[in-house]
Design a protein around this ligand. Structure first.
Ligand SMILES: Cc1ncc(COP(=O)(O)O)c(C=O)c1O
Length: 465
């Protein structure tokens, strides 16, 4: 047995106990109570396998990480080759070839031709922190805005702009100058921007945590226009929506936007190596790195490391050679059409929406008296509980891993790897329909189970970003 095989086996045997003792005991308890305490041993493409050999569809994909599939072979081979090379890494006082190439390839994918520069980091939050700092430096202005329901990470700057207070409890005081406006409120936005002290507004093209919701073309046009008029930079957080997830390489392409800064992470390296990038215009980057003595005024030790750069280059290649972005658009359309048809007569289903393979099913107040009573009982206990009542049987009975979006939302959020096939999507539609059908039986097993959980008051509405 190799060194790391032995460590895997030892860790596997006691994983839950060791996590409980050394990492996060509450998380282990929650996983056990909701039946998510599976022990996975293998991952490939859009699937996971547990220790009994049972296959699960992974429609969570590490929170939208595995766009080119779990354990993508070309990506793994690229990393092995990079590790096996004798190329220098993190010399710091040089111009590394792989980051040079990656910065160019990312810039080439921007249809606006404006995002010429790249700053590489190691996490989504780090990319957001970079964008916020650069916006302040480039404009000389102090204030930063976001919209309610937005999620931009949990480091201090990103958390200060989080549009969901439940992430903020206990961590204040926050960064001064940060405000969150009602979602899509153009009047409130103009009132703030017209003060001409706002450096940037940061927005997700499609809110992930906020329930897979998007603004209209009109709203985007107005936001873009106002940003230009009042000299505020537009930062788009594409950490979840980028890399082909929504059927375009950048989601902002759906609305023809011209952002000044764009953050990518997650699928950038398909989870193989931590990595993020903040793309920005020449004007912004030149304002930050504006003198010779400020040439490293924003930097990080692991930025541009060879493994991360190699992984990102391999992901770009896979997206292109396997045409995964167009595939995401086509399969997304198809699955939503099938979902709409399968779920159209169910009282509790309110909406099926999304773009590409970032999509959602929203549940809400039913019309039938019997279900209304059950719904209000569950809502009273916990506003996001119904969504969890869907994800639990989807995993334990149908073997499909999913998540609910946000806190207090009854929105099932789906983000399968872009390599998912039509048969797997069909299996998802059939399985979800089964579970939804079960939820329309009251009194019944699922409602009893949900109310039982509520009584124990343990359920977080969302475990996830
Ligand atoms: C839209 C968005 N922005 C930022 C982040 C933060 O990224 P990270 O968790 O890598 O710091 C996330 C993470 O889920 C995200 O979904």
């Amino acid at each position: 047995m190799t060194f790391i095989e032995e460590k895997w086996r030892q860790g596997f045997a006691d994983a839950t106990e060791l996590h409980g003792r050394h990492v996060n005991p509450q998380m282990m308890q929650v996983l056990r109570i909701i039946g998510f305490d599976k022990k996975y041993v293998k991952a490939q493409g859009a699937s996971l396998w547990d220790e009994r050999g049972d296959e699960y569809l992974d429609f969570l994909a590490g929170y939208s990480v595995f766009n080119v599939g779990h354990n993508n072979e070309m990506l793994a081979a690229t990393l092995r080759e990079t590790l096996g090379s004798s190329w220098p890494n993190l010399v710091q006082m040089d111009a590394p070839p792989l980051s040079a190439k990656l910065a160019k390839e990312l810039s080439d994918r921007d249809p606006t031709g404006r995002l010429q520069y790249a700053y590489f980091g190691s996490s989504g939050s780090e990319a957001v922190e970079c964008a916020l700092k650069f916006a302040r430096a480039a404009t000389g202005r102090p204030r930063l805005l976001s919209f309610e329901g937005g999620f931009h990470g949990l480091s201090m700057g990103a958390l200060s702009l989080c549009g969901d207070e439940s992430w903020q409890e206990g961590f204040g005081p926050f960064l001064p100058g940060c405000s969150t406006l009602p979602y899509g409120d153009l009047v409130a936005l103009e009132k703030q921007l017209s003060r001409k002290d706002v450096a940037a507004i940061i927005l997700e093209p499609i809110q992930g945590e906020g329930g897979v919701r998007e603004l209209s073309q009109h709203q985007w046009n107005e936001i873009q226009k106002m940003c230009r008029k009042y000299g505020t930079l537009l930062i788009l957080d594409e950490i979840q929506t980028g890399m082909g997830r929504t059927g375009e390489f950048f989601a902002f392409e759906h609305w023809n936007l011209e952002p000044d800064l764009v953050c990518l992470s997650k699928a950038l390296t398909n989870g193989m190596v931590p990595c993020s990038v903040t793309l920005g215009t020449k004007k912004v980057f030149e304002a930050v790195f504006n003198r010779l003595d400020r040439c490293v005024v924003h930097s990080s030790t692991f930025s541009e490391n060879n493994l991360a750069m190699a992984a990102a280059l391999a992901v770009l290649d896979q997206l292109e050679t396997r045409q995964l972005v167009a595939r995401s658009a086509a399969l997304g359309e198809l699955v939503r059409m099938k979902l709409k048809a399968a779920l159209k007569d169910f009282d509790l289903v309110k909406d099926v929406r999304g773009r590409g393979l970032m999509f959602a099913v929203e549940f809400g107040d039913p019309k039938s008296m019997k279900l209304k009573m059950a719904w209000s009982l569950v809502q009273k206990a916990n506003k996001g509980l119904f969504g969890q009542m869907i994800t639990m049987p989807l995993l334990t009975e149908q073997r499909i891993l999913t998540q609910v979006a946000g806190h207090n939302l009854n929105v099932l959020k789906l983000s399968p790897p872009l390599v998912v096939n039509e048969a797997q999507l069909d299996r998802f539609v059939t399985s979800l329909t089964e579970v939804v059908k079960e939820c329309h039986r009251f009194p019944g097993g699922l409602w009893d189970f949900g109310l039982g959980l509520a009584k124990r008051a343990i359920l977080p509405a969302s475990l996830s970003p």
